[in-house]
Design a protein. Sequence first.
Length: 331
Amino acid sequence: EEVMFAVVARSTRRCSSRAGSSARSSARMLGARLMSSEPKGRSFLGISLGATAGTVTLSLFAWPIADLLIAPSLIADAMKSACPTSSQSAAMQSVDAAAAELALRKQLSSTRARICVLTGGTQERRSALAHGASSGRPTTKISLREACSPHSMQMSLIEQLYRPLGLAPVFSCLGVFWLSLFDMLISDHAHTRHRDFCVVLGQLRRALHRLPPASAEQSRPLIIVEHMYVPVGASTDVGGEGIAPMLRSLRQFLCAVSIDEGSADVLVLAPHGTAAAESAASAWRGAARKTCADRATLGDGLVVISLTQSEAADQWLDGIRLMGATRAPPK
């Protein structure tokens, strides 16, 4: 009996040891599977979250450098490398001595920065005169032809500031990316567009300050603005409610960099009958006795009105605002 009991006990211990080793091996296999599969899922998720967090963090930290240093430097280079298109060059061949007269009056003879409103004639004629005025000086051209909404006005400004550069599409894309990144943090879209627009105008102001000051050898930078009547009309349409503050900021910016700071001359191309043209004529009539504005006839229906003092510029701005308000349909 003792022998039989010993045999049974030995077999029981063997079975239990086998069961224990089998359980331990199963646990090790399950743990190995979990360990082999868990890092893969965690790695993919970690890479995705890490890349997103890294991109946002890097963009937020890099924004001050881009806003204060990189963007103004690129805009200044674009102004120095701006060149006319072939169509403008062809139109320039048919321009008479009025271009030289305007260039002499606006660029060579003026000792103070000013706002010049060129009215009358055709768009081709005004563009040709603007081409002559920009000869030999840093120039940026802001066309508001596509400014039918706050978004299109903002995108158009960014694209035109970098257009003369070889990598203009890349710089424009980066600018849009940064602004879109900050758009996600602000729910008020009208406020966001206005803020972004003022940010880009601030970059343009810093670019003007980077350029050499006016001297006998170096002319002041020139800002050419055309189609200003497009956003004025679009501001009264459905979806254009946010254009009015942006357009008002642009006009005040033009007066600040020219009349107040003397950083650049401003040339506004305005067809006859628009608010910019009529308000300039009204400002000249009201401020002529104070020697705050000049008027010259260039022939072929072209007239240039130069606003040289803040009083004339303020009267011009008030005239545009009042004419835009009277032309707006009743709500």
